[in-house]
Write a protein that binds this ligand. Sequence first.
Ligand SMILES: Nc1ncnc2c1ncn2[C@@H]1O[C@H](COP(=O)(O)OP(=O)(O)OP(=O)(O)O)[C@@H](O)[C@H]1O
Ligand SMILES: [Mg+2]
Length: 241
Amino acid sequence: MTALLEVEGLSKRFRGLKAVSDVGFAVPQGAIVALIGPNGAGKTTTFNLIAGVFPPDEGSVRLQGRSIAGLKPHRVCAAGIGRTFQIVKPFGNLTVEENVVVGALARESAVEPARRLARAVLARLGLADQASRPARSLTLPDRKRLEVARALATRPTLLLLDEVLAGLRPTEVDRMVEVLRDLNRSEGLTILMIEHVMRAVMALSDHVVVLDHGEKIAEGKPDAIAADPRVIRSYLGTEAL
Ligand SMILES: Nc1ncnc2c1ncn2[C@@H]1O[C@H](COP(=O)(O)OP(=O)(O)OP(=O)(O)O)[C@@H](O)[C@H]1O
Ligand SMILES: [Mg+2]
């Protein structure tokens, strides 16, 4: 069976630096796959290559068997990939709802259906009561939720999440984990998530891909990855042993 997303031989250099080097992995339809690794490993760059922020130097990215490598971000979004940004960047002067409407307008051409979609997404993320507040007034956990809401409003078949749990307290992490699990289970949303919070990675993911210095150093089931000596050495630390 063809995976929903297939990445092969992906490489990107920034001047001398090999940020991503010959990386390949697949995200099956309906799966939650985690992309982990130390700071600077090339995780966000991999997302940027998938999402069309810049084209890969080498390699292919296929969504449902169709090549999307080198497409501009709005075309990648139209093809069905929604993404969040590691540094959340809502339109601060717009309301929470207006921010999500902007995402929804990627899918809906009229404002009213976009607004309905935005409201449904905000309710899903537990942000309905914040809808009319300016986005800049939100707390960090709510900004993270808004970031997910904006991406979801584009009605993606594949959702790319870049550290949406970073900076959240354990109870807030649990809440977001529940939302993501529910989106995956009840709506069949496929998720590729960059995440440092290992508890969430272990709880949510079916498959884990590990990057280090731009290279894939391991992939497999979460349990096997957590016990892999190479992963422990490069990322998890010996205290995980
Ligand atoms: N636009 C860019 N121009 C130049 N160098 C870049 C650019 N984006 C990333 N890099 C470099 O590429 C390498 C990989 O960065 P990347 O942001 O992909 O890492 P990451 O795995 O997401 O790390 P983190 O966990 O800290 O978010 C780093 O050395 C980074 O400095
Ligand atoms: Mg990053």
